[in-house]
Design a protein around this ligand. Structure first.
Ligand SMILES: Nc1nc2c(ncn2[C@@H]2O[C@H](COP(=O)(O)OP(=O)(O)OP(=O)(O)O)[C@@H](O)[C@H]2O)c(=O)[nH]1
Length: 838
């Protein structure tokens, strides 16, 4: 049994960012690009928060992450939720001016206590202050103003280079600059207050000058400084500019000092700080936007807008791939349509009478040949009586019980040989035919296949050595009559196997017991498991395991037991009960264990019945329906084969009586064409012997009169007049999924099989998931996807609206209400139809 598919392990449908228990978790969550950005922004954020309390690293990182690494935004948000530290500077009730006054007073006091002989060590303030003096010989560096000017000009040059780079880079980066331009303006605006706006004029003047000159050496700093009127200096003389700014942030400066009181150099320092901060923020933001954002032309610049629009009109790499994939699928579809058409075209109807209700498929849809058009006819409403009514009581009591069984198994498991042997041994095939087949097979060097050829009748099957189509053969023993359906073992013909399995009550599972053969048929892509799942899904009531080719392992009991134990585990896992399985060692080639041929002397450990005897026993145990049940049920027939008769409008339908009974002279309606036809004769067996009646379970041929051959296909259903069979395009089904490579989602497409009908279909809706052991127990109602090994109620929609499939629910018929879903060459689910949306 495949392990249950863990729905939630593989598929995380949550789009939200998860909760992070700690900093490490957040770091792990970020991709490389985000992590690098965080490493750049985070230290700056921490610096900004030195005056605040109540934060930790995780909180700060989360704020940055939540604001897409926009430091300004993150800080604004974070600071709102934090408290300022209660430092002297931060005391809310003391104004900046008052603090300044206090500080000056205390400085003055300290200065008065210092004696001239013992000069106090110069305070840091004084040192810095003295460093600024122009005539100070210890000052080799340019003044703060000149340093600022040089810095600004460097930044400007950088920005100019950056801008030109941006313009020449890819369309995406161009778009990035498009987007960030207005934002940069906003950021600058936001970070500048009334003081800043005035000072920006000064900065602009500086930018103009410095961009034309060597930023450091050539600027005549003093003269430049002189251009700005130096008003009274409000800054305490004892404070350096740096210290002054450390004491007061930009906001406080702008609020508490009149513009005229501002020292030019204070302004410059503010400018410097502000400019650096702005440049850094912009750089980070641009970097982030390039990586993560989708850009839109939100500028009034027509050229940029045009460029951005042009960029977006090009195909993205994803679109290129999707387009290529789409084309590839179209090619495949086109090719497969052609193949489909070649076979379907054989059954093209002629222009006969009858009302045509189907549209002619348009040429775009079907480029090669037209779909067969199934016409709808006027159906009869009044039943007709049997020509020569039979006493059904007497008929049923004389009739031997009948059993139909399918032969399943991996390719080359010896199915055809086994059935050939069986037919030969029970006398259904005469010696003459066997000799002829032996001669023919020897001629092409395949003498061991002569028994298989009893079943594999077409030239293709004989040449390839594999069964392609399903073929049926009848035989009879003393106690029962049988119909064998030989299904192909090759995986390419599983749809044919489905058609075969859906017709029968019992499956004979042929296992190749020769060395390593069981293992290759059972493991991986072997057909043994898939066939067993089909048998289980399609309502097979008993499985007889033919442990075949035992001659090749000298009837070794150990081999038999090993295979039995492994296979039984699987059968139990898929829901088959132990008493629904029988085990028979045999050899199709030599005949031991098939019918009456004794086992060789070496085989002493198996005392059970031969394969045929075992089938007789099973027939008896399943044959439980009596006269009342059979006669009261509506006659329903499923078609396996359609042959045109010799007479005009004569058609022979071969198939199985699914319920009820029929006699010659009665009228039936065939669906979906809804033509009502008279049953002229009922024929059974390999020799097509006429019989008076056919009852549930019988494989018969119905010779019909007044039938339109071209409107009948294999898979059609027929019923007694008055019983309606619909052709739904949508229906609800209870399915059991097998091992899935991918979960089933609404919209998942697959091939739908009902009997020998197949059509592309998709999941329309997942309604609920139920307990596998008890389908009445609903486990989950809101279902987003369906994993392996789950039982669920789903809505299925057939894709090809023009090809109608007649259907019955499981409540109406235990066999015909069963379905199989396959995808990419694998059986993915089996199920039953619960209700039809007619
Ligand atoms: N030793 C031995 N060989 C067997 C036996 N039965 C079949 N074979 C050989 O196995 C090969 C395949 O036999 P088939 O009967 O064609 O197998 P199959 O399962 O019908 O094959 P498909 O129809 O292709 O799935 C042939 O060469 C047979 O001669 C058997 O009982 N013993």
């Amino acid at each position: 049994m495949p392990p249950a598919y863990d729905e939630d392990a593989d598929f995380d449908y949550q789009d939200e960012v998860p909760e992070f228990p700690d900093e490490a978790a957040l770091d792990d969550y970020m991709n490389d690009e985000e992590y690098n950005l965080m490493s750049e922004v985070f230290p700056r954020a921490k610096q900004e928060l030195v005056d605040y309390q109540g934060w930790d690293d995780l909180k700060v990182k989360l704020a940055i992450f939540d604001h897409d690494f926009d430091l300004n935004e993150a800080m604004v948000k974070l600071k709102r939720s934090l408290k300022k530290k209660k430092t002297e500077e931060a005391l809310p009730k003391v104004s900046a001016l008052e603090q300044l006054a206090r500080k000056r007073a205390s400085d003055a006091k300290k200065a008065s206590n210092i004696t001239p002989d013992a000069p106090a060590a110069p305070s840091r303030l004084n040192m810095l202050s003295s460093l600024r003096r122009k005539d100070d010989s210890r000052l080799p560096k340019p003044s703060l103003a000149s340093r600022l000017a040089s810095l600004q000009s460097r930044k400007i040059t950088d920005s100019a280079q950056q801008a030109s780079k941006t313009e020449n880079s890819s369309s995406r980066i161009l778009s990035s600059s498009v987007r960030t331009q207005p934002e940069s303006a906003e950021i600058v605006q936001a970070s500048q207050n009334s003081l800043m706006s005035r000072l920006s004029k000064l900065r602009n003047a500086k930018i103009q000058e410095s961009s034309s000159l060597n930023p450091v050496a050539n600027i005549p700093v003093k003269s430049k400084v002189k251009e700005v009127p130096k008003n009274s200096i409000a800054k305490p003389k004892s404070l350096s500019f740096e210290e002054f700014l450390l004491t007061y942030n930009v906001q406080e400066l702008s609020e508490n000092f009149a513009e005229k009181d501002c020292d030019l150099e204070i302004t410059k320092v503010i400018l410097k700080r502000d400019h650096e901060q702005t440049c850094e923020t912009l750089r980070l933001k641009r970097k982030h936007d390039e990586v993560f954002s989708v850009y839109y032309p939100d500028t009034n610049n027509a050229a940029v807008k045009k460029q951005a629009v042009a960029n977006f009109q090009k195909q993205s790499p994803d679109e290129v791939i999707l387009e290529a994939q789409k084309k590839a699928f179209e090619e495949v579809e086109k090719a497969s349509k052609g193949v489909e058409k070649i076979t379907l075209d054989n059954s093209q109807p002629g222009n006969k009478d009858g009302e045509q209700t189907e549209e002619t498929p348009d040429d775009d849809d079907k480029p090669f040949v037209k779909e067969p058009v199934i016409r709808t006819h006027n159906r009869a409403t009044v039943p007709t009586m049997p020509k020569k009514p039979v006493d059904l009581h007497a008929f049923l009591s004389q009739k031997k019980p009948h059993l139909s069984f399918v032969v399943l198994g991996h390719v080359d498991a010896g199915k055809s040989t086994l059935m050939g042997r069986l037919l030969y041994d029970v006398g259904a095939v005469d010696n003459k035919l066997i000799r002829k087949l032996k001669r023919e097979s020897e001629l092409i060097g395949k003498s061991s296949f002569h028994l298989a050829w009893v079943m594999d009748q077409t030239t293709e099957e004989r040449n390839r050595g594999v069964t392609v189509d399903i073929c049926t053969s009848d035989f009879e023993t003393k106690n029962a009559t049988f119909t064998i359906v030989d299904a192909p073992g090759h995986r390419d013909f599983v749809p044919n196997a489905i058609a075969g399995v859906s017709q029968v009550d019992v499956a004979v599972l042929s296992i190749d017991c020769s060395t390593d053969a069981f293992e290759s048929g059972f493991n991986l892509d072997g057909q043994t498991k898939e066939h067993t799942l089909l048998a289980r899904s399609l309502g097979v009531r008993h499985i007889v395991v033919a442990m075949n080719k035992m001659d090749s392992v000298d009837w070794y009991e150990g081999r038999f037991m090993d295979i039995k134990s492994e296979l039984l585990t699987f059968l139990l896992d898929v829901g088959i009960k132990e008493d629904q399985v029988s085990w028979v060692p045999c050899s199709g080639l030599s005949g031991e264990g098939v019918y009456e041929k004794e086992y060789p002397i070496g085989q002493t450990w198996y005392k059970g019945p031969s394969l045929v005897k075992c089938l007789e026993q099973v027939t008896e145990s399943l044959h439980t329906k009596g006269y009342k049940e059979i006669t009261e049920a509506p006659f329903v027939f499923s078609t396996l084969d359609v042959v045109q008769g010799n007479k005009n409008n004569e058609v022979i339908l071969s198939g199985k009586v699914e319920s009820g009974c029929i006699q010659g002279g009665e009228t039936i309606t065939i669906f979906p064409s809804e033509q009502s036809v008279l049953v002229d004769q009922i024929l059974v067996g390999n020799n097509q012997t006429p019989v008076a009646a056919a009852v549930e379970g019988d494989f018969v041929s119905l010779k019909l009169r007044n039938a339109f051959y071209e409107d009948i296909q294999s898979g059609d259903l027929a019923a007694i007049v008055g019983y309606d069979i619909g052709s739904a395009q949508e229906f609800s089904a209870q399915i059991l999924t097998f091992k899935l490579d991918r979960p089933l989602l609404p919209g998942t497409s697959f091939m739908f099989f009902r009997g020998s009908c197949e059509q592309p279909a998709r999941i329309k809706k997942l309604i609920s998931v139920m307990d596998k052991g008890d389908p009445t127990k609903i486990i989950k109602k809101k279902v987003r996807h369906l994993g392996s090994n789950s039982a669920a109620l789903v809505e299925i929609e057939l894709v090809e609206k023009k090809r109608r499939i007649p259907m019955l629910t499981i409540g109406q018929n235990k066999h015909l209400g069963r379905i199989v879903l396959r995808k990419e060459g694998k059986t993915i689910a089996g199920g039953v139809i619960k209700s039809l949306d007619l």
